[in-house]
Structure formats: structure tokens, C-alpha cells
Ligand binder design. Structure first.
Ligand code: FES
Length: 574
């Protein structure tokens, strides 16, 4: 094939012994002569796994991608990487996000790949693949697996995670029977796909579309809808075209693209996890992005998407209403979008969305009828969080956004679990629940335990929300007045480590303030007596993680992985 020479030609394009080796072994898969004619080789990086149920359909979807690649004159080569499923992986999938990103980066760089389709779905699979690919900076297109269909239970629609948290509290409060609870299990997850609420998976897919890394509607179409197969086919065609045009990631992942994504997150009422993941992705591609950007850019954006956990509907309804293009159109019309930002199909974000219809203004609200004003992520600071903490106002209770309360402290998650059901626990609804040692190093892996369940005796009284503060994360499907990602974390001696039972804490979301009402002298005294928690593992991957993970405000990436290293291979093997 005449024309441009691609990266893969240094493997397949010569008459040497080395090229013989590269081609010959590939031929055992039945590849004929003409596929080594210099055409683009497209990697399909797949997180398919039966242990990651949200991604279990991705091999089928990859077959559709291959059709598009063949049709456009490329050679598709699918490869697996470690898959991180939220529902099974212990101790927390987040512990492995950076590990997967290394797997992805080295798999791409070390192989004859000219561009890559990233098959994502369950929460961490998206940032992990994009972080790894960004460090190589080849043309890359994200293909999310899509959300599950709406859950159906006792004549009503239920959503992944969000309704489970509610059911669990209902059982503890005696409002739901154990039998009904068990019945809901199969009703909640009744099709292929990832969580169908605007949890972390849907949020991260939407972030990818806002960044320009997916085709239009890439984040919205349900997994079981045949239009996702068609999208996969088109993804295959598009990546070949991207390779020809050298439309690499750094041309798409600009500062403007990240600013668009932050504003979209506010319009969606998206997951707080997006804060950490986008900062980590930006770090890989060399775009400066801080917590301050999240607060500043999201503050004047209204939450217009009425989806659980902030609102009422689910992803299936959202797609039928118009999906992300309808949201982008609304933001563009309100001058809250960098319209010229480039996307994978070579068009701008605005060209892709300017005519998008909104078929259901209940699901995707008009700008002047939002679900919440100031829907962005609030970044709090104060003597309790000098490097910042986050809170999602759209999922919080209005009456708690300004609150002073007495701290009830849990030293770690085990302490919380062993104490919270105690009828003698000295706690009332005005208290602030404080959980320590669940940050990146403390857990380790920064588990989604920040939305800790309320004390049983208060649930039975009908209390539905309390202020909760921790250095942990929370599931994107969760809700409540929950302060998360407190930095620096307790395990490295952040001020959170010094909080004691009975201290008073001030939260003022409007003023972005989180203050521990304890004198500096007293805090100094406590600091002098503080002892760092002992590491549970001193060898293996967990030990590497603890030594190198950055704090949440820096994206919780490994210090040695930040940045782009390009696609050049330092040495050849033969
Ligand atoms: Fe996989 Fe929610 S558990 S997306």
C-alpha cells in the first residue's frame, strides 16, 4: 500500500530477519500477505473480563470495532489489559488504576500499534486506559461499553448503586424486608453494561465525550441498544482515519478540552471521582489542572441533568432525551463551552452538538429550570484541609451546607464498622462523622467509604443525612452531605489525623470553608503526640503503591508516571 509510513512499519515493513520474526509469528493467526502492506495497525485495548461484569460484553463490541477497522483499510489487533471491576475487586479497584495504566502504556509502546481504541466501562477502566495511552500520545479513541437498561423492581424503576444504598438504609431502619431486599438484586442489574445512574462510570464516559475522545453519543447509548454496535463499527472506521490524519491525543486533550469537561461535570451533577481522574489524565498529557480549576469553572454552571444520584431519572431515559450532545448544546448556548475544541472525528465539539435536540426537558432541563444552581464540585479549604477537600452540592442536603457540629471520630474503617451500630454511641443528627486513614496511602487505595452509613439509632428516628468528613472517596452513585478527599490525608499526618471526639467543626460550602475549631497550640500538642499508622504490607505491589502514590489533589497518580513519554521504543529486542 503506497503512501504514509506508519509506526508499525518498523516491525512489519522490512525484509530483514527481525521483520521476518514479527510477521511470521503473526501469520499463525491466519493473516494473509496483503495485511502487511503498510496499512495502519490498530490496537484494540480491551478490559473485557467476566470478573468485571460491567465490561463482560466488550469482546462482542470489539468485533464490531474490527469490522469498521477492516472496512477502512486497517489491521485490527485486540489485546487484553488488567480489568478493574468495582463490584468484585478487593480491597478497592482504585488501588489498581495506576497499575492498569502502566499495563496499557507499555502494551501500546512495546507493540506494532499506530493507534488504539480503548474499550472501557466500569469506573476505573476509563481513567486507567486513558492515562496509559496519554503517556504514549498516539491517536486514541475511547469506546465506552454503555450503561445498563433501567432496573425494574415492584413496578418502579431503580438505579445501580443509588437505590441499593437507599434499600440498605431502609432494611436497617426496618422499612424494608430482607426478602424484598434480596429480590431487588436481579431487578437492579438486568442487562449488559455498567451502572445506569450518573455514577462514576457514566460520569467518566461523559468526561471522555466532553474531552473529545469519543464519537458523539459515545457516553449515552445503552449497552444493549443496537446503536452502540453501530457506534463501535464507526469507532473502527474513525480510528483509521485518525491515524492517517495524525490526530494524536495531545491535539485533542488541550487545556480547553479539560475546561469543557469540568463544566460538563457540573451540568451532569457528575461524580466527585472525576476530579481525581481528570487531574491524573491532565498530568499525563502535560496540561496543568488543579482543584482550583474545578471550583472556579464549575461554580457558575447549573446542574441541568436530572439523573440519580442528584436527580430522578436513569441513563436509558437520558439517552432517549438526547444524551450528552443535548447538554453540550445547552452549555454552548450559555457561552460555557470552548466550541472549537477538537474531537476524534475531526470536527469541533460544537459542530458535533450545535443542532442536538432535547426530547425530554424533564430529564435534561432547560438552563432556566435547573435541578441546582452552582452545580459544580465545591472545593473546601481551611485548617482541616489546607490542600483542599471536595463536596458535591447537588447531592447534599441544603440545610447542612452551612453547619457546625461536634465531631464523632472513627480512626479507620474497621473502627467505624465496629462502632456505628452501638446504641450507646454518643451521637445525634447535629454531629459530624469523621473518618480517618482512608486516603490514598492510608487505606491504601482510597476506598469509596466516605459516604459512611448513618448510625442505626438515628436512621430509626428518620434522620436521612448528616455531615460526614473523610480523606476517602465515595461511589459516584452515592449522595449526602459528604466532604471527601481531605488533603493532606490523615495517614501522612494531615490535620484530619488530629481531630478528636468532641471537637467542633465548621462547614460553610458557600464560603468554601472547612474549619476545625481547635487552637493552634492544642493542634501542635496533638501533632507532637501523633504516630503514623503502621503499613500493612511492606512488599509487593501495595508497597510500591504506598511509596509512590500522590495525594488526591494531585490525581493520586504515581510520582514516576506523571507526564508523556511518547511512543518511541528505546531498544529493539532482536
Ligand atoms: Fe461497574 Fe458501577 S460497578 S460501573
Amino acid at each position: 500500500m503506497a503512501g504514509k509510513t506508519f509506526r508499525s512499519a518498523s516491525w512489519f515493513g522490512n525484509l530483514t530477519k527481525e521483520s521476518f520474526i514479527h510477521r511470521s509469528w503473526m501469520r499463525n493467526q491466519g493473516l494473509p500477505d496483503h495485511v502487511f502492506d503498510g496499512r495502519p495497525v490498530v490496537g484494540i485495548c480491551n478490559t473485557w473480563s467476566e470478573l468485571t461484569p460491567c465490561n463482560a460484553h466488550l469482546r462482542d463490541l470489539a468485533e464490531r470495532v474490527k469490522r469498521g477497522i477492516w472496512e477502512a483499510g486497517g489491521l485490527p489487533l485486540e489485546f487484553p489489559v488488567m480489568s478493574t471491576g468495582e463490584s468484585n475487586l478487593r480491597p478497592t479497584a482504585m488501588l489498581f488504576r495506576n497499575l492498569v495504566s502502566m499495563d496499557v502504556e507499555e502494551s501500546i509502546r512495546g507493540n506494532p500499534i499506530d493507534g488504539v481504541v480503548l474499550m472501557t466501562g466500569c469506573d476505573k477502566t476509563t481513567p486507567a486506559l486513558v492515562m496509559g495511552a496519554a503517556s504514549c500520545d498516539l491517536p486514541a479513541l475511547v469506546l465506552p461499553g454503555g450503561p445498563m437498561l433501567n432496573g425494574q423492581f415492584h413496578g418502579r424503576e431503580i438505579g445501580s448503586g443509588t437505590d441499593l444504598w437507599q434499600f440498605s438504609e431502609d432494611v436497617r431502619a426496618g422499612r424494608m424486608t430482607q426478602q424484598a431486599f434480596m429480590e431487588a438484586e436481579s431487578c437492579m442489574s438486568r442487562s449488559i453494561g455498567h451502572c445506569n445512574t450518573m455514577g462514576t462510570a457514566s460520569t467518566m464516559a461523559a468526561m471522555m465525550e466532553s474531552l473529545g475522545l469519543t464519537l458523539p453519543q459515545g457516553s449515552s447509548i445503552p449497552a444493549a441498544d443496537s446503536r452502540r454496535w453501530a457506534l463501535a463499527h464507526m469507532a473502527g472506521r474513525t480510528i483509521v482515519e485518525m491515524i492517517h490524519a495524525d490526530r494524536r491525543m495531545s491535539r485533542i486533550l488541550t487545556r480547553q478540552a479539560f475546561e469543557n469537561a469540568i463544566r460538563v461535570n457540573a451540568a451532569l451533577g457528575g461524580s466527585t471521582n472525576a476530579v481525581i481522574h481528570l487531574i491524573a489524565i491532565a498530568g499525563r498529557i502535560g496540561v496543568p489542572l488543579t482543584l482550583h480549576d474545578w471550583d472556579r469553572l464549575g461554580r457558575d454552571v447549573r446542574t441541568i441533568v436530572n439523573l440519580k444520584p442528584s436527580g430522578a431519572w436513569l441513563m436509558e431515559d437520558y439517552y432517549y432525551a438526547g444524551g450528552l450532545p443535548a447538554v453540550l448544546r445547552c452549555l454552548g448556548e450559555q457561552s460555557r463551552l470552548h466550541k472549537n475544541a477538537l474531537t476524534v472525528n475531526g470536527k469541533s465539539l460544537w459542530e458535533n452538538s450545535q443542532d442536538a435536540p432535547n426530547w425530554n426537558p424533564e430529564v435534561i432541563r432547560a438552563w432556566d429550570q435547573p435541578l441546582a444552581h452552582g452545580g459544580g464540585i465545591a472545593v473546601l479549604r481551611g485548617n482541616l484541609a489546607p490542600d483542599g477537600a471536595v463536596l458535591k452540592p447537588s447531592a447534599a442536603s441544603a440545610h447542612l451546607l452551612r453547619h457546625q457540629g461536634r465531631a464523632v471520630v472513627f480512626e479507620n474503617i474497621e473502627h467505624y464498622k465496629s462502632t456505628i451500630e452501638d446504641p450507646n454511641l454518643d451521637v445525634d443528627e447535629s454531629c459530624v462523622l469523621v473518618l480517618k486513614n482512608c486516603g490514598p496511602r492510608g487505606y491504601p487505595g482510597m476506598a469509596e467509604v466516605g459516604n459512611m452509613g448513618l448510625p442505626k439509632k438515628l436512621l430509626q428516628k428518620g434522620v436521612t443525612d448528616m455531615v460526614r468528613i473523610s480523606d476517602a472517596r465515595m461511589s459516584g452513585t452515592a449522595y449526602g452531605t459528604v466532604v471527601l478527599h481531605v488533603c493532606p490525608e490523615a495517614a501522612i499526618g494531615g490535620p484530619l489525623a488530629l481531630v478528636q471526639d468532641g471537637d467542633f467543626i465548621d462547614l460553610d460550602v458557600e464560603q468554601r470553608r472547612l474549619h476545625l475549631a481547635v487552637s493552634t497550640e492544642e493542634l501542635e500538642k496533638r501533632r507532637a503526640a501523633w504516630m503514623a499508622p503502621r503499613l500493612t504490607r511492606t512488599s509487593g505491589y501495595e508497597s510500591l503503591y504506598v511509596q509512590h502514590v500522590l495525594q488526591a489533589n494531585l490525581g493520586a497518580d504515581f510520582d514516576f508516571l506523571v507526564g508523556t513519554r511518547g511512543s518511541e521504543v528505546p531498544r529493539e529486542s532482536h
